[in-house]
Structure formats: structure tokens, C-alpha cells
Design a protein around this ligand. Structure first.
Ligand SMILES: Cc1cc2nc3c(=O)[nH]c(=O)nc-3n(C[C@H](O)[C@H](O)[C@H](O)COP(=O)(O)OP(=O)(O)OC[C@H]3O[C@@H](n4cnc5c(N)ncnc54)[C@H](O)[C@@H]3O)c2cc1C
Length: 414
């Protein structure tokens, strides 16, 4: 110790400079951005599951969004536009399957036309080129789709976000089977985290020390913030998105991506059709309250988590505001026929039994105490901590600029 410089001695107290909690696409992109910005920095990603990207990052629609929907100037708008270009480049450089077939947002009734036009204006303000199409032109792109008007977005693409996460993980140190269960913060010193192993390689009793902690825990981000002693001021409410896939012999019904005109009061985009990189047409997701944070079916119930959601005042305010839309979503969750009826508005040739069940995902949506859904990405800071408290769609598309932003803030705080 006597030969150490003061800087080295201080460094020796830490196992690494930055610990990133969460091996989803946001945590991995953050670690990658940190290492790119400062190659000598020691960074470690901690993931509670035995594998990476088991939750949102591995259970989504696989769409590289172009940035049409989001409020101009918002983080979602800026990072989606920047992120889609960066992601396509990343996929091309690393040989990750992706395609850019473009998408149609289709109005099926006159009442939707003003909203479709507003979307066109919003897209242009966000710098996303779009073309407005009449009914006859829809068939040039999607011969089986019916509508009275549409917006064509040529830059929308598809990829496999699990493959993106896997590729990012080859570029940064990662430890799986390592759940952060306690965080001790010492002002001016840093953080110490206690770990629990959840799988075959138990890490019981492990404690790691770092100068900074980045919380990218997705569905558990509010809990991890609380563990660190930073009140999140919101609650993550899990909204399950259920999918079907088209029977393979009917895949030719859809060439690219087909979306309805979204309800502006609802943050979800509505059940859409996506011809994925796997050659299948995915249909969904709807949005229903999940009965556990990782509740991928109606059978997955965690009473303590559900009680926490139901005891949250914001949840009741949200339910009061959106009960009508919620009832429709519930009907489509419980009945394939009701789901197929919704799909037929866009794609009349679909029969009920063309829809085959597919794995669901759960969105981590931050809900504020007044019952509003946090609209934008939310990244907050505490002493030695940075928390990603709201990173729902399009955060997979936007993962690279989100990672860069968090890395910049982390380096400024180190
Ligand atoms: C149904 C659905 C469809 C979607 N479609 C799209 C789309 O088409 N395009 C798009 O851009 N976005 C889409 N999204 C959104 C996108 O998937 C998410 O925004 C993105 O994956 C968020 O990544 P993340 O890393 O923040 O979260 P996650 O992928 O959920 O990662 C968080 C990780 O943290 C780990 N973790 C939690 N707690 C702890 C702890 N205590 N200790 C250690 N590890 C912990 C979890 O196990 C998890 O792996 C969709 C999401 C869903 C659910």
C-alpha cells in the first residue's frame, strides 16, 4: 500500500468504477457507451437471470421505430430518430439480421382522418419523412390491407433485439445470476451492492463496491431506486402485451408493418401486424394489466406485487380514466375471436384460426401518483446513482443514444 499513489489507493477500494444493474438492452448499451467513451473504465453489468435480455428486451415486437408518434422535442422523439439510424448501422456492422420494409399507419374510418393528418405533421416536425396515401395507393404496398387513407413511413424496420443485446454483451463484461438485493450508499465514497444468485451459480453473500451505479432494471427499476435510497416518485406498472402469429401458410398476407391509427389518450400503439426478421407475421400486442411484474400469462400471479400495484393511488386514477379502453383490451385478451375481429379491420382476409398463440411480453410503464402514464423516457440522478425510471417503447430502438446519454451523465459524476 505504501507504494500506491493516492488515486490508486482510492481505486483499490472499488471492485469497479461503474456497476450497471440490468442486462437488458438499455443496461448493455449503457455499459458499451461507457467503455467506448473511456476505454480504461471498469464496468460490470449485473443481471439477475441466468441469461441476458429475458424480459422486455427479448419479448417485444422487434420494430425499429422511426420516430413518428412522439412529442416533438421529447427524448423519445430525439432518441428514436437518432437511435434508429445508429441501430441499423450497428446491425449492419455486426451482421445482425434486420430489414427496412417500411410501414403503413392505416385509417379505417373517417373519424380517424384528422388524427392521421396530425400524425403526418408530427412526423415531419420530428424530421421523419412520410407520405400520405389514398385508399387505392394502400394496395401498392400492402395488397391485402383495407383502409380509407394511410401514412407510409419508409424508414421503419425490424430486427431481433435479443440478438442486438447478445452482440452488445460481447463488448462489455457481464455477470448473470446476480440479483442486486441491497444497496448501501456512502456519500463521497460510492455504493456497495449485495448480490443473490438466482440460478445455478449462486452468488450468495457477494458484495461489490463501485463509484457509480446505473439502475437499468426495467420492470424493477422503481424498486432498485428505492433500494439505493432514492424515492422514484412513480411506480412501474406492468402491462402485458399478448401476441399471435399468422399461420405460416398465410404469412404472404402482410409484406411489411401495418398499424392502426393510435388512440392519442393511450400510450400504446394498438394491435399491429409485423413481418419479422424470422419470416413470421407477428400480431399484437394488446395491453392488459399483468398480475406480476414478470407476469407473462393470466396464471402468473404474485400476490405481493399485485397488492402493491392495487394499493398505489395512481393505479386507481389511471383505471378511472382508461376503463373503457381497458375493457376492450381485456375482451381481446380473453377471446381470440375478439382479437381477430380487431385485426380484420385492417386485414379482412384473416380468419380466427389463422391466428396462432405466441409468447407475450410485459411493458415496464411508469405511472405517476396522479394516475398519468409517464409519457417520456425518464432518467434521474442521485448521489453516485443514475436511474432509468421509464424506458418503454421505443427504448429498444433508442438504446444506443440512451446509453450515450447515461454514459455522459455517469462520467460527469465520477
Ligand atoms: C410487448 C412489447 C413490445 C415492444 N415492442 C417494441 C418495439 O417494437 N420496438 C422498440 O423499440 N421497443 C419495443 N418495446 C420496448 C422495449 O422492449 C423496451 O423499451 C426495452 O427492451 C427496455 O430495455 P431495458 O433494458 O430497460 O429493460 P429489460 O429488457 O426489461 O431489462 C431489465 C433487466 O434488468 C434485470 N433486473 C431487474 N432487477 C434486477 C436486479 N435487482 N438485479 C439484477 N438484474 C435485475 C431484469 O432481469 C432484466 O433483464 C416493447 C416492449 C414490450 C414489452
Amino acid at each position: 500500500m505504501s507504494h500506491m499513489t493516492p488515486a490508486r489507493a482510492a481505486r483499490a477500494r472499488y471492485d469497479c468504477d461503474v456497476l450497471v444493474v440490468g442486462g437488458g438492452i438499455v443496461g448493455l448499451a449503457t455499459a458499451h457507451a461507457l467503455r467506448t467513451a473511456r476505454p480504461g473504465l471498469s464496468v460490470l453489468v449485473l443481471e439477475k437471470e441466468p441469461q441476458l435480455a429475458c424480459h422486455q428486451s427479448g419479448r417485444n415486437s422487434g420494430v425499429i421505430h422511426s420516430g413518428v408518434y412522439y412529442r416533438p422535442g421529447s427524448l423519445k422523439a430525439r432518441y428514436a430518430v437518432r437511435g434508429q439510424a445508429a441501430l441499423k448501422k450497428f446491425c449492419a456492422e455486426h451482421g445482425i439480421p434486420h430489414a427496412v420494409p417500411g410501414k403503413l399507419i392505416v385509417a379505417t374510418e373517417a373519424a380517424e382522418l384528422p388524427r392521421l393528418h396530425e400524425l403526418a405533421q408530427r412526423a415531419r416536425r420530428n424530421g421523419v419523412p412520410v407520405t400520405e396515401l389514398g385508399a387505392a395507393q394502400i394496395a401498392d404496398h400492402e395488397p391485402e390491407v383495407r383502409g380509407i387513407a394511410a401514412l407510409r413511413v419508409a424508414t421503419t424496420g425490424v430486427t431481433d433485439f435479443r440478438a442486438v443485446a447478445r452482440q452488445l454483451a460481447t463488448l462489455v463484461p457481464v455477470r448473470c445470476d446476480a440479483e442486486v438485493i441491497a444497496i448501501d450508499r456512502r456519500p463521497g465514497l460510492g455504493v456497495a451492492v449485495a448480490l443473490r444468485g438466482t440460478g445455478r451459480t449462486p452468488a450468495a453473500g457477494d458484495v461489490l463496491r463501485a463509484r457509480m451505479l446505473v439502475n437499468a432494471a426495467g420492470l424493477h427499476a422503481d424498486r432498485v431506486a428505492r433500494l439505493a435510497g432514492d424515492p422514484p416518485g412513480l411506480r412501474i406498472v406492468p402491462f402485458r402485451g399478448e401476441f399471435y402469429r399468422l399461420r405460416p401458410e398465410r404469412s404472404a398476407l402482410v409484406r411489411g408493418l401495418v398499424y392502426p391509427v393510435p388512440d392519442p389518450a393511450f400510450p400504446f400503439l394498438g394491435v399491429h401486424l409485423t413481418a419479422g426478421v424470422d419470416g413470421e407475421v407477428h400480431i399484437g400486442p394488446n395491453a392488459v394489466l399483468a398480475l406480476a411484474r414478470e407476469g407473462y400469462s393470466w396464471r402468473a400471479v404474485r400476490p405481493a406485487e399485485l397488492a402493491g400495484t392495487l394499493a398505489y393511488p395512481g393505479m386507481w386514477r389511471l383505471a378511472r380514466r382508461h376503463w373503457r379502453a381497458g375493457a376492450g383490451e381485456l375482451r381481446r385478451s380473453l377471446s381470440r375471436r375478439a382479437f381477430a375481429t380487431a385485426v380484420r379491420r385492417l386485414l379482412p382476409a384473416v380468419a380466427d384460426d389463422d391466428l396462432l398463440p405466441a409468447p407475450a411480453g410485459v411493458r415496464a410503464q411508469a405511472v405517476l401518483p396522479d394516475g398519468t402514464l409517464a409519457d417520456d423516457f425518464r432518467i434521474t440522478e442521485g448521489p453516485h446513482t443514475i436511474h432509468v425510471l421509464n424506458a418503454p417503447s421505443p427504448a429498444a430502438t433508442a438504446c444506443l443514444p440512451i446509453g450515450t446519454e447515461i454514459a455522459t451523465r455517469t462520467l460527469a459524476a465520477l
